[in-house]
Design a protein around this ligand. Structure first.
Ligand code: ADP
Ligand code: MG
Length: 242
């Protein structure tokens, strides 16, 4: 079953056409790694997929529903997706616990008691139960990103969109965040992640999609795209990053 489908996504900023008709289908419980050079359009694609940007052409389908239809309430749709960026995901003025319980209570209308119980269980799972009362600036970058990921999971999203969640971290903190992503993937979450971590993509992704100049040049199993890239641009890119 396809959870998220992008059809012919076109996006321009002024005269700058950043996405040139991107098609991508993400099946349930699958992990898609989006790779490509800086400026290739990865973040814009994830922002279009999560309706944080409006598309100029094409459709985003969530569980088969065209959510780019102007009659669809974008706020409602965004509640069914979890999005985590490179950095600064957490609300600095809220404790870790309140960060995690905010959307479930305010947006999804769950009871505070239920949201707190679930948040504590999530924090416990990532070994941060003792940080529940702390403010984000008291946490390491890796801890903050792990909280951002469990906060995104707290709304029980249909799909998790991760935009280079480790690229702002000191190298020694990358592993703990990737381990959490690996665990979330193993539990069956549907994930699209823009990443520069090729080793991780190879191990965890079901599909690697290579974006170049706003065009999805090549996609397929990691062994194929990373191991035997067909397109010269993919080979060039991989030669630079691996
Ligand atoms: P990536 O995430 O692969 O590095 P981006 O999606 O961030 O690429 O950017 C793709 C292109 O779109 C870049 O040329 C970038 O400058 C441009 N771009 C992204 N967001 C905006 C924006 N809000 N306004 C104008 N140009 C943008
Ligand atoms: Mg980016």
């Amino acid at each position: 079953m396809t959870v998220l489908e992008l059809r012919g996504i076109v996006k321009a900023f002024g005269d700058d056409v950043v996405l040139r008709g991107v098609d991508l289908a993400v099946d349930e419980h699958r992990v898609v790694a989006l790779i490509g050079g800086s400026g290739s359009g990865k973040s814009t694609l994830l922002r279009c997929a999560s309706l944080l940007e409006t598309v100029d052409d094409g459709q985003v389908l969530l569980d088969g529903e065209d959510v780019t239809d102007p009659r669809v309430d974008a706020d409602q749709v965004r509640r069914r997706m979890g999005v985590v960026f490179q950095a600064y995901n957490l609300f600095p003025h809220l404790s870790v616990l309140d960060n995690v319980t905010l959307a479930p209570t305010v947006v999804h209308g769950r009871s505070r008691a239920e949201a707190v119980e679930e948040a504590r269980a999530l924090l416990d799972r990532i070994g941060l139960a003792d940080k529940a009362a702390e403010y984000p600036d008291r946490l390491s970058g890796g801890q903050q990103q792990r909280v951002a990921i469990v906060r995104a999971l707290a709304v029980r999203p249909r799909v998790l969109l991760l935009d280079e969640v480790t690229s702002a971290l000191d190298p020694e903190l990358v592993g703990e965040v990737l381990s959490l992503v690996r665990e979330v993937a193993a539990q069956g979450m549907t994930i699209v992640m823009a990443t520069h971590e090729m080793g991780f993509a190879r191990q965890v992704a079901d599909t690697v999609a290579f974006l170049d100049g706003g065009v999805l040049l090549e996609s397929g199993p990691p062994a194929q795209v990373l191991g035997e890239p067909q397109h010269p641009r993919t080979r060039q890119f991989l030669a630079r990053v691996i």
